[in-house]
Design a protein around this ligand. Structure first.
Ligand code: ZN
Length: 192
């Protein structure tokens, strides 16, 4: 399994929202999200779900691809609407609920201290786990804390869990730093 910590920053920024359901929306989609597509084959789906959920040994087939697409679109629609203070569409809610009705991944304790694994993980179960995370997120107080990164060229989602609620960037390492550098440059240009 590839771990998210091992991904280059350019890819890792997709998976720093703090919620697996939002990380999942950053694997691609329809319309605006199509430019981010990294799930072209069932193998890609198994790989990226493995990275997002830290699951070893997933495999996927064409039926999993068909199940994934509407779920990813529904979560994307809901999150991006909530991020601008909008509502969640009834059919997107129905899609998320239907995906969550499938049995989710079952965590399993291996050696004590070695982290949890999953018992016989399947891609269908992984999608259910993603859908259940979306339900928890959209149904709870953090729904109001979903934002789009403040960088005009970024577009990634984030959940602001900071106490003051002033997080603006998908990651400080990327967009936060770029903004800092730009601000510094603009200030020095003005004063020169
Ligand atoms: Zn960003």
């Amino acid at each position: 399994m590839q771990r998210r910590e091992d991904l280059p920053l350019s890819v890792r920024v997709r998976f720093l929202t703090g919620r697996v359901s939002l990380d999942f929306t950053h694997t691609g989609g329809e319309g605006e999200s199509a430019r981010w597509e990294i799930v072209h084959t069932p193998g890609d789906l198994a790989h990226w779900l493995g990275v997002i959920l830290s699951v070893d040994g997933l495999s996927a087939g064409p039926a999993d691809m068909e199940a994934m697409r509407p779920l990813r679109t529904a979560i994307t629609n809901a999150a991006r609407s909530l991020a601008v203070g909008g509502a969640v569409r009834v059919d997107d809610i129905a899609t998320i609920n239907a995906a969550a009705a499938v049995p989710p991944l079952v965590p399993q304790l291996g050696a004590v201290g070695a982290g949890a694994g999953f018992a016989a993980p399947t891609t269908a179960a992984a999608l259910s786990t993603i859908a259940r995370d979306a339900i928890d997120l959209f149904g709870g107080p953090l729904a109001e804390r979903i934002r789009v990164c403040a960088s005009e060229t970024c577009g990634l989602l984030l959940v602001d869990t900071s106490r003051p609620g002033k997080r603006r960037w998908c990651s400080m390492q990327r967009c936060g730093n770029l903004a800092k550098v730009r601000g510094h440059r603009e200030r020095s240009a003005l004063s020169s």
